[in-house]
Design a protein around this ligand. Sequence first.
Ligand SMILES: [Cu+2]
Length: 658
Amino acid sequence: METPSLTRRDVLKISAAGTAAMALPLQGVLQAATASQLPASKMPVPYTAAFKAPPVLEPLHKDDVRSNIYGYVPSDYVPEAGNAHYPGEAIRGSEYLGTDYYRITEGNVQVQLIPGMWTKMWGYNRSVPGPTIRTYLQADPNNPGKKISRRTVMQVLNELPARHPTLGYVPWTSMHLHGSPSKPQYDGYAGDLTNPGQWKAYQYPNNCTPRTLWYHDHGVHHTAENVYMGLAAQYHLVDEELEKALGIPRWDRDKAAAGKPQYEFPLILSDAMFTSTGQLLFDDSSQSGVYGDVIMVNGVPWPNMKVEPRKYRFRVLNGSLARGYKLRMSNGMPFKVIATDGGFMQTAQEVTTFTIGMAERYEIILDFKDLKGAKVQLLNDGVANAKDFDHTGKVMQFEVGKGVTSFDGNLSPTQLGPAHPVMGLKAADRSAIRTMKLHRSNSMWQINDMTWDDVVESEYEYTFANPAKDAIEIWDVKNESGGWFHPLHIHLIDFKVLTRNGQPPRPEEKGPKDVVYVGENETVRLLMRFEHEEGRYMIHCHNLSHEDHDMMFQYQVGHHDIDCDSIKAEPAKALPAPELTPVLPAGVSPTPPVAEAPAAPSAEPTETAGPTETTGPTATSAPTGTSAPTATSAPTATSAPTATSAPAATTSAAGLTP
Ligand SMILES: [Cu+2]
């Protein structure tokens, strides 16, 4: 196995940081029983800490304004000759039924992970992992039989310190909602930075199949450190009607309000190592990856979870930086895998073990009904090239009680569905077959001999591929590095794993995916359709140390312009952040335009006038009846905010205006 030598950036980091363990040699880690510097008496003892689930975050505000607007062309945009875009132009996308407004603050938090010690971390809203966001698909009042989503507006405030306390870098951030077909300017592009003291409002369409998503930091060169510090959380897009029809265990809003037991939980796996004072130790073994000796679930070391003797559903996310897991139950009981990254499988797969690479999500059902009074453990058999320590083979314990509070949602059907559209694609319909090589050359992680630095130096022009919108393609991903596995993530789209080394995919991979585990010297063949949006999206290894240095590339769907520019379309602004309010800027109608695309205006709107719509819809096309916003929550029927409800300048307070 090749051991990577230090790169120039490594040397700079070590000398600048001057902190513990940055230069710990890889061999030392490989042979150690522990990686932490904690005295043995202080190490957490597996299965002693109580399981906890992250809190569910409620929106600050909601509105019921049906629209398809996702921001505006910046007011300082200077159109080039022949360009149809203009300052203040509304940027449109998938239609939504209303909007939920959230505020996420990135900041310091102290967490008790080691008994008797406080670990300094960074949290979303002071929570590690961050709070779970849940958004619900609804019946579309205008299209019987169809579902429609609500838009999420997530205002992210970077209140992190000016420098990382031990590593010394500036903690810029970029929020990525992993699993969401977001527009490029809201996709957490690595170079779209929100520095400490800045904020940005992200907009998410939620217009895909119901699934487990997760939001985490994606800032260039420091994603690994930022996620390690705590910047990660789950996000659920839920079709409650479908869940009820399937009869599967589900998180129940009404029961939550009443404080009753739930039967669906996130399981966010991560690992860490600690200094003698209980602080996080960051050692990426010369950019191989960070392998901690303490396994955590939802931020708790090896928790013990009390469960009832019935079925539970878990949304398992590998949130580790570099550790893959091969999971099994101590008693050999099966996992019923019902969903993959992109949502429900058509046919659930029963397995007694499954591998989960970084960023992959699998929804599983476990049935404890025959285990009254027993204790069973979730164990990790490990994967090649993840460093194992004394207790990394353990994950968590389930302590089964004797009584069942409710048998609601206690089914585990094999036929789920409907099938995700990508699973119905035919390989013969592809318009291109491309090959992507993952390799290490000249001490650099590369994709097809390119690094993200090369992309940056090209002023973000280099692309791996430029498929037309809705094109279908096959991508062969080859791992040419023998000593590492690379979970490859393609932003924007879901794909179907056609083959793994020419053979059928693993049973648990037979559903829609957006990350694929590419093992040592393996080749996987993927089939995908480039739907939803146009613009430039990242492709990268989800070993976050590999991603940061510099195993990341990009591709472009259709066109690239100011309406979908990853960096320029919606730049971060200086704090303080205004409170997002559910009102629209003066002069903008929430309803979709009648015409496909608005023509360029004869005169540019001035900056003070705010965004205008020369070809906007008329009052007759405004929402009516059921979809009309209510008086208390939003603008009235014609939707044009009145002077009292929406003063011109401060309406941009919504943060949704140029
Ligand atoms: Cu990798």
